[in-house]
Design a protein around this ligand. Structure first.
Ligand code: ADP
Ligand code: MG
Length: 337
């Protein structure tokens, strides 16, 4: 008799959760990305105890049809891509169909959703369905995750302090809000509102909400393009810097990504105006044909491969340098609201 057997879905989802659901902030990221993909105009995020007690995301998006609810919690089940061609032309933030089953395998999840018609409430715990019943209809989705990592004590032990976990949540939410200034976000922690954006498609306003309106007065707007890339955003004057490159937010086709080459290209534009070890505060929006980007590099999709990255970096450096030398000549060129 052979010794190889197939793992149960619950167990394989828990294994996937190891990559997708590293900490409370990853749950926030996945749930909010789903809300964004559902074309929401308003997303409210309610957190208790740094996410260990509760993470709730309420959106006014498309909702999930009652018959689709169980499928949404199955691995590799997605409404976002269908075939190979779609995989190389991803327009949504999600596409792997891994987040909901992964989260549900290590927590309690209560999902209330409606596409406009009759709604449904679905409760799943540790990957097993607890309950499914009709619920009052309001178009959109209201999902609550509690008891995170209740069945994976090793993961729970590896968590940092509540303050650090909250800071990571903050960081993720800020990036998501910067990437989608057209959506009105609110974030509440232990009953206190910690971020609110207006959803008026004004990225400078979102920056003001995060760093304070005073700081945004020390920022310059930029915009440029070549044949492949359209870049835009804001970066701080050399007088406003940080000791970490974490405040350089890169948004590629609406998805925040990590790319140190792009960060380096941005700082290169400052030339010697930036002290060693200091980084600006910035948001760099990059628009590019999705077929030039491979987002299927890592389960969290924060690492992406960009074709013609060098041309992109050169464009950014050149644009920042030109803008910085201009601002001495014509102050206040940017439009402030
Ligand atoms: P993915 O986002 O990669 O498709 P998920 O596991 O995150 O995978 O979600 C599975 C499916 O559930 C999605 O494809 C989508 O159809 C549906 N879904 C999840 N969250 C929402 C939401 N907030 N609004 C509408 N549909 C949702
Ligand atoms: Mg998703």
């Amino acid at each position: 008799m052979g010794t190889i057997h197939k793992l149960s879905p619950v167990l394989s989802n828990q294994i996937a959760a190891g990559e997708v659901v590293e900490r409370p902030a990853s749950v926030v990221k996945e749930l909010v990305e789903n809300a964004i993909d559902a074309h929401s105009t308003q997303i409210d995020i309610v957190i208790d105890a740094s996410g260990f007690e509760k993470i709730q995301v309420i959106d006014d998006g498309n909702g999930i049809a009652p018959d689709d609810v169980e499928l949404a919690f199955m691995r590799h089940a997605t409404s976002k891509i269908r075939d190979r061609r779609d995989l190389f032309n991803v327009h949504s933030l999600g596409f792997r169909g891994e987040a909901l089953p992964s989260i549900a395998s290590v927590a309690d999840v209560i999902l209330k959703t409606s596409t406009g018609g009759p709604g449904v409430e679905y409760h799943v715990r540790g990957g097993k369905t607890v309950d499914k019943k009709p619920a009052a209809a309001r178009r959109g989705t209201d999902i609550t995750v509690s008891n995170l990592f209740f069945n994976t004590p090793a993961r729970l032990k590896y968590m940092k302090t509540p303050a650090t976990e909250l800071a990571k949540i903050n960081d993720i939410v800020n990036r998501l809000a910067l990437g989608h200034p057209e959506i009105a976000f609110s974030v509440t922690h232990n009953g206190r509102e910690i971020l609110r954006t207006a959803g008026r498609n004004n990225q400078l306003q979102v920056l003001g909400g995060i760093y304070g309106a005073k700081q945004t007065q020390k920022m310059l707007a930029f915009q440029n393009q070549d044949l492949d890339f359209k870049i835009s955003g804001y970066f701080s004057l050399p007088e406003l810097t940080r000791a970490s490159h974490n405040y350089v937010v890169i948004i590629l086709n609406g998805r925040f990504v990590k790319n140190f080459n792009v960060t380096k290209a941005l700082t290169a534009g400052y030339g010697s105006k930036l002290m060693v070890g200091r980084y600006p505060i910035a948001v760099v929006n990059i628009e590019v044909d999705p077929t030039l980007v491979d987002v299927n590099v890592h389960p969290t999709k924060q690492t992406v491969r960009i074709s013609k990255e060098e041309a992109l970096c050169n464009l950014l450096t050149k644009t920042v340098a030109a803008q910085l030398s201009n601002q001495n000549l014509i102050p206040n060129v940017m439009d402030r609201e």
